[in-house]
Ligand binder design. Sequence first.
Ligand code: AMP
Length: 114
Amino acid sequence: MPTLFEKIIAGEIPADIVHRDERCIAFRDIRPRAPTHILIVPNKVIPTANDIADEDEALVGHLFTVARELARREGIAANGYRLIINCNQHGGQEVYHLHLHLIGGQPLGPMICP
Ligand code: AMP
């Protein structure tokens, strides 16, 4: 079964796309937790962080350079932001297609709520 994000990559489900290249797509989260909340998603299906292969190192690095560029474009680079990858149940992962959350635009508080 293709995940929701595979359907967005294939153009079968609409999304507010802010970046696309041959290796990844980035779109605004449908339930933003802050003024900027963008998901950066590799085109390659990698279900979780546990499934990142050695050969994916450059791809994963690319997600971070795209995040850096989007943070600059969104005007949140100087004040700062948070990059999050949730993994599996304890990590709170909802969609099993690796993605990097870029969240910012306001003070984000502690990393983990007590
Ligand atoms: P995670 O919990 O790390 O798997 O994050 C999944 C994220 O996908 C959540 O923040 C959701 O709000 C977001 N999401 C779910 N459906 C959509 C959609 N159709 N378009 C954009 N973001 C979505």
